[in-house]
Design a protein around this ligand. Structure first.
Ligand SMILES: N[C@@H](CCC(=O)N[C@@H](CS)C(=O)NCC(=O)O)C(=O)O
Length: 156
């Protein structure tokens, strides 16, 4: 999901980029460009590396000014846009948490105790524009089952 944030914005702004897939096999290139966190995404522009998806989004928006702009210039409008952006940044968690619940067999978002959060996730995930961009549930489920198996087998 973190890499997708960056790819979506590059595509939306029509910026040419080279995408180097690296998950599961951290290359020397990733370690060179993000030596501290060693995580994706890492953006390299004019030979200079940047990490952290939200920081990268802000950098892209300020470097390539063409529409669509992520944030307005007016400070008040910008503050409100950041609030809306937070929904986009955390919304995928609702999808993810339900997959984790199924794999691990625990209830993380209790429908009664966390009713408002549960309803918020439902409403967010039902929005057509959000729903249509999600990876297929089966694919994520299988990927995370394999990851869970890897984690639990190495801890015994
Ligand atoms: N806070 C970081 C999180 C990045 C992150 O967790 N990336 C995942 C891939 S989506 C990763 O590189 N995982 C490999 C690892 O944690 O070693 C961001 O927003 O860029």
């Amino acid at each position: 999901p973190f890499v997708l944030r960056v790819k979506w914005v590059l595509e939306l702004k029509g910026i040419q980029y080279q995408y180097v897939e690296d998950l599961g096999n951290k290359s020397a290139m990733l370690l060179q460009y993000n030596p501290v966190h060693k995580k994706l995404p890492a953006l390299v522009h004019d030979g200079k590396p940047l990490a952290e998806s939200l920081v990268i989004l802000e950098y892209i928006d300020e470097t390539w000014k063409q529409d669509p702009s992520l944030l307005p210039h007016d400070p008040y409008e910008k503050a409100n846009a950041i609030l809306r952006e937070s929904d986009i940044a955390i919304g995928w968690l609702g999808y993810w948490v339900r997959i984790v619940e199924e794999i691990v067999g625990v209830n993380l978002i209790n429908e009664e105790l966390m009713a408002k959060l549960d309803a918020w996730f439902d409403n967010f995930l039902e929005l057509p524009v959000i729903n249509e961009c999600m990876s297929p549930r089966d694919k994520l489920l299988n990927h995370n089952k394999a990851f869970h198996k890897l984690l639990t087998s190495s801890s015994t």
